[in-house]
Design a protein around this ligand. Structure first.
Ligand code: BG6
Length: 513
């Protein structure tokens, strides 16, 4: 009888079922938004489902002078505000009692010594494994210092002889350009080995983003047409109806190019465009994604406007009410040139995708919150039903809806009943909600669990991050070169006119999702 080969996709199933070992998670930035709104609620949901290991312990680290109990009440309020069940019951209390707090200053060595002492005590009393995850949910300007603090206090150790491991999770933004990303990698790699570093991009934890690979590679019918012979172009849209909300200060420094394109959109593009990996394993998947990012054609001088468009929202109507312009948002300069919208025309210089444009767009204060990938196929080679019919015929389109209303739609032409040939576009639809009863795990739940299990497949590797920055720096260079300002667009519309121009050849148009 033959054994299951190591590249069998079943391995992926086994991998996902692995149970995490007892461990402690230290969250730097424990008083912040991310910890309260995403990280701890996700850990709590995992706890309620019995998916956290026995003795699992969270240590919050921040500059507040909180006691363990004060940290617990702050988290308790956040869990209640999120409408999570059982917070006031014995179960909820058991979770809250697994939370501890270590007051400390990121910049000061003694804080890391106190942390180490607390961790040693936790290991002795509760965890009994020595396994640790350090989660950087603090402002990015602290990352290098925290890595050094951990390193200098001996907390960054590699796996020891008894198998106790240490991992570090780094939130985006990972640097603000190629150079700073390289420097940050240098500091992290001075203290940690690459296998210990988990660069998180929450888009990769979304159920529907993972389904891109399953859809492509667990079905035999799509992959043969997934290339330049059959695909006319690809559109990737990540639209938000929200404005910058209370993040004006951060956003002024970032802008949509750094905030969304460098990470989420280029990662999604890599999943759509990559070659099938030899195995569904971290290194094989990440090798293929990196090859796509390496194939991004650098934007060249003089191409602004036909390659990269940026916009900024003016006042308008959104979610049924008047909203202010970006420049009037709190924390934003009244003459700000930060872009809140980006549209790109990207070419990949590789065999599969040569000359097939990938159009990416993302923006705040667009008409609705929607993320989707649309693959538009070429028209049939022959107008068999007459040229008038062919002109009205819409090309085949495959739309993968990432959020909301997650699902997949395939559009094709069908004969309208009657004695003459008339063709009308119809569609086949798949909706997650109606096909599967169970709740999809939140992106952070999946990624936190993967990190505890030691599976880095859905995390970014050093080379991918740097390749994405290299491309993004090129786009920024184009904008700086011609000194143009972002084009204004009215809040609640699909972005600036320039975005349409970018598309406007061969009758291509942006979709109105
Ligand atoms: C974050 C960005 O990474 O992603 C935000 O910093 C953005 O500006 C958010 O709003 C969008 O994520 P999601 O999961 O709501 O699509």
């Amino acid at each position: 009888m033959s054994t299951v080969p190591s590249t069998n996709p079943l391995r992926a199933g086994r991998r996902l079922r692995a149970a995490p070992e007892p461990s402690t998670m230290v969250i730097f930035g424990a008083s912040g938004n991310l910890t309260h709104r995403k990280l701890v609620p996700s850990l709590y949901r995992l706890f309620l489902e019995g998916r956290l290991p026995p003795g699992f312990t969270v240590v919050g680290f921040a500059r507040r002078d909180w006691s363990h109990d004060e940290f617990r009440s702050s988290i308790r309020e956040a869990l209640e505000a999120a409408g999570l069940p059982n917070v006031g019951t014995e179960l909820g209390r058991a979770f809250l009692e697994s939370l501890f707090f270590c007051p400390g200053d990121f910049a000061e060595g003694p804080s890391y010594v106190s942390l180490r002492e607390l961790l040693d005590r936790m290991d002795h009393e509760r965890v009994h494994s020595g396994n640790r995850v350090f989660y950087l949910a603090a402002p990015p300007s602290t990352y290098e210092r925290v890595a050094e603090g951990l390193g200098e206090s001996g907390l960054a150790r590699p796996e020891d002889a008894a198998g106790a491991w240490t991992r570090i999770v780094v939130e985006k933004p990972f640097g603000r350009d190629f150079e700073s990303a390289r420097r940050l990698t240098g500091v992290l790699r001075h203290w940690f080995q690459e296998e210990q570093i988990y660069r998180i991009d929450h888009y990769l934890g979304k159920e529907t983003v993972q389904n891109i690979l399953v859809f492509r590679l667990a079905n035999a019918i799509f992959e043969p047409i997934w290339n330049r012979d059959h695909v006319d172009h690809v559109q990737i849209t990540v639209a938000e109806d929200a404005g910058v909300e209370r993040r004006g200060g951060y956003y002024e420094e970032a802008g949509a190019l750094r905030d969304m394109i460098q990470n989420h959109l280029l990662q999604v593009l890599a999943l759509v465009a990559m070659e099938p990996p030899a195995a569904f394993e971290a290194e094989a998947v990440r090798d293929e994604k990196a090859k796509v990012l390496r194939a991004l054609r650098p934007p060249s001088t003089g191409q602004n406007g036909s390659t990269a468009v940026r916009g900024q929202y003016a006042a308008g109507v959104s979610r049924g009410g008047r909203v202010v312009a970006y420049r009037e948002e709190p924390g934003v300069a009244s003459d700000s040139r930060t872009e809140t919208f980006v549209a790109l025309r990207i070419l990949l210089d590789n065999w599969r995708w040569a000359e097939v444009p990938f159009f990416l767009r993302t923006g705040k204060r667009l008409p609705k919150r929607v993320t989707e990938i649309a693959i538009q196929f070429r028209r049939p080679p022959l107008a068999l039903f007459g040229s008038a019919v062919a002109r009205g015929l819409q090309p085949n389109l495959l739309v993968m809806r990432i959020q909301p209303d997650e699902g997949i739609t395939l559009r094709f032409g069908s004969k309208v009943p009657g004695s003459t040939i008339r063709i009308h576009a119809v569609s086949m639809d798949f909706h997650y909600g109606s096909s599967f009863q169970q709740r999809s795990a939140d992106a952070y739940e999946r990624l936190l669990l993967d990190c505890l299990v030691g599976d880095a497949t859905l995390f970014n590797r050093d080379d991918a991050v740097q390749l994405a920055w290299r491309y993004v720096d090129g786009v920024r260079g184009l904008w700086e070169e011609d000194g143009s300002e972002p084009e204004l667009y009215e809040a609640g519309t699909w972005g600036p006119v320039g975005a349409r121009r970018l598309m406007g050849e061969r009758g291509r148009e942006w979709r109105r999702p």
